[in-house]
Design a protein around this ligand. Structure first.
Ligand SMILES: Cc1cc2nc3c(=O)[nH]c(=O)nc-3n(C[C@H](O)[C@H](O)[C@H](O)COP(=O)(O)O)c2cc1C
Ligand code: SF4
Length: 430
């Protein structure tokens, strides 16, 4: 491998039978403004095309639900849907338009099977998880300029039955078949944050005593089975991976060695890649961090490489510093850098990094107004990039009142007052 940052990031990467033209990937983000009934819109396609034109080797299509259950309980909406064959033509259009850019971009579907502890009970349906443990957000620390006045504890989920785990597995298999039919180059099963499959992996959120709890093998079982079943459905050649949180970052929680051991067990069922993300909703300041290369500094990808070997591609998050990412790739620690916010702020980052034009990069400032917009369900925009969220003329824009609300929600003094007020109110029972 060549040894300048630009050359390393510009080196192709093969995942299963798929070759990415470079090592810079757009991470999944629920910023696509799909239609209310769950189809990619012109804006969804325009946003992704712009990142393809900016040089991304692959784009992950985020904010998307694999199953009717995930659609019902989704904490953010609208979502792109894969839970019915009727969605395949619109998904095909999205993939075709991206392939038609002539950029050579690869297109990955992110499939959310169910939201588990982060699900929203709706229409008389409760939520379930590996074990009945709610999510306590905010206690450990939130991303910079993100506040949750009064904190938030989610409703207690029920313990998922074995029948339910099996039903969900079949629904994910059906969604993967649809993604393959639509022509996606790869599929990522979302098993991170505090979502359904994630809850099985750590003893902190899984205290079952049946065959899905306890030992590494048991905690890996739900995902091992779903990966094996999806692999049988899509065949050996489609790139298949997981998105995982690789460190609880909580007292009594599981660290990267524990997560890597469970993942090594799952990988035997046929994984091609793992997208590594840090922390979860209970340790959100580690998940949406302001520090480039934090995961590498903490040795998380290193532990995964050791446990998984070179056969499973590792995609590291939150490393916008091109030199850091290139050094980790050259060292064989990871295989690619997967960027979210940085590619909102500058869709041309990949071309600039690969062409050695780093001085031209528009840097994300990690002030997280995009994240506040997502949480407060206001169309996501980026103040560093006025074009973001407006790539198509039909896009939805926020109004002045919403803009003021997003500003206020990021103001430390106002949020301190709101926090005091919220904590003084009597607690509502869920
Ligand atoms: C606006 C916004 C929307 C996001 N939506 C998703 C999503 O749909 N799926 C997902 O797995 N992660 C989502 N994320 C998390 C990112 O993919 C990523 O893990 C996180 O922002 C940290 O990476 P970064 O430092 O490169 O931004 C979202 C992040 C942001 C800022
Ligand atoms: S709004 Fe833009 S600059 Fe600010 S954190 Fe989000 S992506 Fe970065």
């Amino acid at each position: 491998m060549s040894n300048t940052t630009a050359e390393i990031l510009g080196t192709p990467l093969t995942i299963n039978k798929l070759t990415l033209k470079n090592r810079i990937i757009l991470g999944p983000m629920a910023v696509l403004q799909p239609t209310q009934d769950g189809r990619p819109s012109n804006q969804s396609i325009a946003f992704l095309k712009r990142r393809a034109q900016g040089g991304a080797g692959a784009v992950f299509v985020g904010g998307s639900v694999a199953t009717a259950r995930a659609f019902r309980e989704s904490p953010f909406s609208p979502n792109i849907r894969y839970d019915d064959d009727a969605f395949v033509p619109d998904l095909t259009r999205l993939v075709d338009e991206l392939h038609g850019t002539g950029t050579g971009v690869a297109v990955f579907a992110q499939l959310f099977p169910a939201f588990g502890r982060m699900g929203v009970p709706r229409d008389g349906h409760g939520i379930t998880s590996a074990s009945p443990k709610p999510v306590d957000m905010g206690g450990y620390g939130l991303p910079d300029h993100v506040y949750i006045p009064g904190g938030r504890v989610t409703p207690v989920p029920g313990e998922a039955t074995v029948e339910e785990i099996k039903e969900l597995e079949q629904a994910v298999v059906d969604a993967a078949r649809r993604a393959k039919e639509a022509g996606f180059d790869g599929i990522e099963i979302a098993a991170h944050m505090c979502y359904f499959y994630s809850s099985f992996l750590s003893p902190l959120s899984n205290f079952r005593t049946d065959e899905y709890g306890g030992s590494v093998r048991n905690r890996a079982r739900a995902l091992t089975d779903v990966v094996a079943a999806v692999r049988r459905e899509i065949g050996p050649d489609v790139a298949l991976g997981l998105r995982l949180s690789v460190n609880d970052h909580l007292p009594g929680g599981q660290g990267p060695e524990g997560f890597a051991a469970v993942t090594a067990e799952i990988a035997k069922a046929g994984l091609d890649f793992v997208a590594l993300t840090d922390g979860n909703y209970e340790s959100m300041k580690d998940n949406v961090t302001s520090e480039s290369g934090k995961m590498l500094r903490e040795g998380e990808p290193q532990g995964f490489r050791k446990a998984l070997g070179p056969g499973v591609a590792l995609l590291v998050s939150s490393t916008p510093d091109p030199a850091q990412a290139a050094a980790a790739i050259a060292a064989g620690t990871v295989d690619a850098t997967m960027l979210a916010r940085q590619l909102l702020a500058d869709p041309d980052y990949p071309n600039k990094a690969i062409e050695g034009r780093e001085s031209e990069i528009v840097w994300c400032d990690h002030a997280n107004s995009c994240m506040r917009r997502l949480i407060l369900q206001v169309p996501v925009q980026c103040h560093k990039n006025p074009e973001m969220g407006r790539e198509d003329a039909t896009s939805r824009r926020s109004n002045l009142a919403q803009d003021a609300f997003i500003w206020a929600a990021g103001n430390a003094l106002l949020m301190k007052i709101a926090d005091k007020a919220a904590r003084a109110l009597p607690k509502k029972a869920h």
